[in-house]
Design a protein around this ligand. Sequence first.
Ligand code: DGI
Ligand code: FE
Ligand code: FE
Ligand code: FE
Length: 187
Amino acid sequence: MDRNLALLKVKDQLTEHRYNHTLGVMESAIALAKRYGADEKKAELAAIFHDYAKFRPKEEMKQHIIDQGMPVELLRYNSELWHAPVGAFLVHKEAGIEDEEILDAIRYHTSGRVGMTLLEKVIYLADYIEPGRHFPGVEEVREIAKTSLDHALIKSIQNTIFFLMKKDQPIFPATFNTYNDLIMNLE
Ligand code: DGI
Ligand code: FE
Ligand code: FE
Ligand code: FE
């Protein structure tokens, strides 16, 4: 699918703010793909579709999680986690994207997972560092991302865990597992 058709398909799923975020993720994902040797075309499409399900009603997302056999553990955690796996399902079903690497990059863009692929790392990090993000620590991660994909990913996951803990929020186990996997496998 070409970029313009993909953008057209996501545009009416998103608010203007979220659409602009998506354009930023696309730009960052292509830059990271170039720098680290990921497939630029797949990075572009995964970025465009990564937040496709962001504004689906909670009840709908919950139903997809149950019906499609996604981890039901998700339902005990912040509903903000749901749009990633539900997005992968809907992008396949409604937008016709069949490429499993792209769908996995969407599926794991919020929590990460053990054994992340290069494309998954690119999308996770692009989501965190796109030019429209302005939270504390993002500039440091942008700097690290110039030299190490894994170190930048680790820092962004640490920041996310600290951020959630400061708000007394639970941490989804996949987030911890992703962190452990990355830090234990550094070169
Ligand atoms: O959809 P975006 O806002 O672009 O970003 P995202 O999909 O990476 O994250 C969405 C939200 O999910 C973010 O505000 C924080 C939350 N989140 C990420 N990891 C965890 C989490 N919430 C919980 N409870 N546990 C997590 O491990
Ligand atoms: Fe997201
Ligand atoms: Fe993210
Ligand atoms: Fe996003």
